[in-house]
Design a protein around this ligand. Structure first.
Ligand SMILES: Cc1cc2nc3c(=O)[nH]c(=O)nc-3n(C[C@H](O)[C@H](O)[C@H](O)COP(=O)(O)OP(=O)(O)OC[C@H]3O[C@@H](n4cnc5c(N)ncnc54)[C@H](O)[C@@H]3O)c2cc1C
Length: 290
């Protein structure tokens, strides 16, 4: 199938890209990073931009860096760059684990974290990890920069909460003072190159007495958008991860998610397996040596 005619621009700076987006009619121009989602949507006729703004040359939005208190990932950082980053491996292993689950080497080489967020799929693998890291998404347009907590970036399946003239310049989250325990567990049809049917991300701080000081849980593909597991988080706080607590957390997780039947899975499967994955993950972090 042939792509319809469209104009292509390759700006050198974020400012230039924002100007191009602001000048075009709403929906007329779209950013393109890795193209692993957008080019497919264009081929299928779902997206029909009149102009494509390729972000490739804007080096500033590919950088991953850490300051004393914060970690910043450029919106156009690829999954491969994130997985290889020592900063992410040491300070945010939950994100490295989530990015490792994505697609194939080719997709991880091209696909970007900004594209994953903007695409607003409830099965996007990076998003539950970013949610437990309590990440904020920085959006740049000609009117300046605004920030949204990652969990507020979605209005529904494939509907983000951004204006068409906004570009994700970076994602930022607090740098933990000491390594935290975490996991990202996901189920797909196959081990590789399959879209996630359900996923669970967790990051937690456990005190010297073995009790949960702070728990952050998020679920993917079990609601119209990625959701936080507030009920399980509250339940776990102040408790040791005993077999009884894990069993109860599993039950709470099954109740707090809102899965549906769709082409990838059933509501029932998602409820049962999400609870089981949470329990398995909690059991493994409970055993991890500090
Ligand atoms: C074979 C295959 C397997 C896949 N497997 C997985 C998987 O396992 N898990 C998963 O989560 N995803 C998967 N995907 C989906 C896809 O690779 C990801 O969503 C990827 O992160 C998209 O990033 P991109 O840079 O390619 O985005 P693009 O295709 O370039 O853009 C996607 C959307 O985001 C917008 N956009 C891009 N960058 C920005 C920015 N900086 N600011 C604002 N808007 C922006 C574009 O305008 C477009 O609307 C797969 C895709 C394919 C083709």
């Amino acid at each position: 199938m042939e792509l319809p005619d469209f104009d292509v621009r390759i700006p050198d700076t974020l400012k230039e890209a924002a100007e191009l987006l602001a000048r075009s009619a709403p929906g007329g121009a779209m950013s393109l990073a890795g193209g692993t989602d957008l080019l497919i949507r264009m081929k299928e006729g779902v997206s029909k931009p009149g102009m494509i703004i390729i972000l490739e040359k804007i080096g500033k939005i590919k950088v991953i860096k850490a300051s004393k208190n914060r970690i910043r990932i450029g919106g156009a950082a690829t999954f491969d760059a994130i997985i290889r980053s020592k900063i992410i491996q040491n300070k945010a292993p939950v994100l490295a684990a989530a990015c490792e689950k994505i697609g194939s080497p080719q997709i991880r080489n091209r696909g970007t974290i900004g594209g994953n967020i903007a695409n607003a799929s409830p099965c996007a693998d990076s998003v539950p990890a970013l949610a437990v890291l309590e990440a904020e998404v920085a959006l740049v347009s000609q009117s300046g920069e605004r920030r949204l907590p990652v969990i507020e970036c979605f209005k529904g399946p494939k509907k983000n909460a951004f204006r068409p003239d906004e570009i994700i310049s970076h994602i930022e989250f607090p740098a933990p003072k000491q390594p935290l325990r975490s996991f990202y567990l996901a189920k797909g049809q196959r081990k590789a190159l399959s879209i996630t049917k359900l996923s669970v991300a967790c990051q937690m701080e456990i005190d010297s007495g073995g009790k949960v000081k702070k728990a952050r849980i998020a679920y993917g593909a079990v609601a119209p958008t990625v959701i936080r597991g507030y009920a399980v988080e509250e339940f776990l706080t102040g408790k040791a991860l005993s077999p009884g607590v894990l069993k109860e957390a599993e039950e709470i997780a099954r109740k707090e998610i809102k899965p549906i039947d769709d082409i990838r899975s059933t509501m029932e499967y998602r409820r049962i397996v999400t609870g089981a994955l949470l329990r398995r993950g909690l059991s493994s972090v409970g055993k991890t040596e500090q």
